[in-house]
Design a protein around this ligand. Structure first.
Ligand SMILES: C[S@@+](CC[C@H](N)C(=O)[O-])C[C@H]1O[C@@H](n2cnc3c(N)ncnc32)[C@H](O)[C@@H]1O
Length: 132
């Protein structure tokens, strides 16, 4: 968030993917910095109210799904994703706190593959630690 708000990461005029958006703080910071569009992605349906967030604009989208499967090639300028917290190889109840973490080591490789595809050649992928 501070990287965006302090303009170390330039979001102005960019089409942004906020992968594993949770509360949406990353995408919302991009909106504050006059980006063009944010797509908020998360596996958890609790993100749905982001569509009605006071900062959310007509062009912003909220998608409950796995990463950015289905997005067109070279259609974004900037993508954010938190580093997966840990690996869990068993089913996770949707109401469990475990639902709120990025799981499975393969996810990183899947994300790299998808993100490179949907970013333009000058695009940036910000892969960050959101907690310890
Ligand atoms: C640590 S939270 C990060 C929230 C937010 N980006 C932030 O920085 O505060 C990780 C989020 O990733 C979501 N998530 C886990 N696996 C996912 C997947 N395969 N695709 C999309 N989102 C996923 C979780 O539901 C959770 O909301």
């Amino acid at each position: 968030m501070s990287g965006i708000l302090n303009e170390i990461i330039n979001a102005k005029g960019k089409r942004v993917l906020d992968l594993g958006c949770g509360s949406g703080v990353i995408g919302l910071c991009c909106i504050l910095k006059d980006n063009t569009k944010v797509v908020f992605y998360d596996l958890h349906p609790n993100i749905a109210p982001l569509k009605n967030h006071p900062l959310s604009r007509e062009q912003d989208e909220v998608k409950v799904q796995d990463l950015c499967v289905g997005e067109k090639d070279e259609s974004y300028d900037l993508a954010f994703m938190p580093f997966p917290s840990r690996s869990i190889d068993r089913p996770i109840a949707p109401d469990s706190y475990e639902m709120g973490i990025l799981r499975n080591d393969d996810l990183v490789f899947m994300a790299f593959e998808q993100v490179w595809r949907v970013l333009v050649s000058s695009g940036e992928f910000v892969f960050f630690l959101s907690g310890v």
